[in-house]
Design a protein around this ligand. Structure first.
Ligand code: NI
Length: 174
């Protein structure tokens, strides 16, 4: 396994629409998933999409409880209005946080790391992470979803000002 370099905001790979994975059982895809999981854990993130490691393919990994899950070619359905406001960070936008509106509950489907079809529902933080990661696959960063630019800034400054923002990375960046 290897720790991959994470693209930061400004790199064009973060702005393009990623391509579907054709063969999820390809050993190259398996290696990518393993490396992405290691990279995410090393960076103390809670989610990581392939374009963030310079690979424009539709897959992401995320912290699913104590483990790490992968979702390949994900399709999300928003089951609630986009009105749940929460703080988000992004490994491609280090040190910053913003309050972003997401759907509280989603339906998801796609393929898991073994290439098996999976579907289910998620809510709260898990739903937020999956929406954030799927956005990455469409070239969308959270900064494009700011509804109030005043709720966007450096974590360090916000924490100092005692604003209600997660202080530890595992609560935020994805
Ligand atoms: Ni992100």
């Amino acid at each position: 396994m290897a720790i991959l370099k994470i693209a930061r905001m400004g790199h064009p790979v973060l702005l393009q629409r990623a391509e579907p994975v054709v063969d999820p059982t390809d050993p190259e895809i398996q290696r990518l998933i393993n490396d992405m999981a290691e990279t995410m854990l090393d960076a103390q993130g809670i989610g990581l999409a392939a374009p963030q490691v310079h690979v424009p393919l539709r897959l992401f990994v995320w912290r699913n409880g104590p483990g790490v899950s992968a979702l390949i070619n994900p399709e999300l359905t928003l089951l609630d209005p986009v009105e749940d406001v929460g703080w988000e960070g992004c490994l491609s936008i280090p040190g910053l946080r913003a309050a972003i509106r997401r759907s509280h509950r989603i339906g998801f489907r796609g393929l898991d790391a073994e290439g098996q079809e999976v579907e289910g529902e998620a809510e709260g933080l898990a739903a937020r992470v999956m929406q954030h990661e799927t956005d990455h696959l469409d070239g969308i960063l959270y900064t494009m979803r700011l509804h109030d630019p005043r709720l966007f800034g450096f974590v360090e400054e916000m924490s100092r000002a005692e604003r209600d923002v997660p202080k530890e990375k595992p609560d935020g960046s994805a």
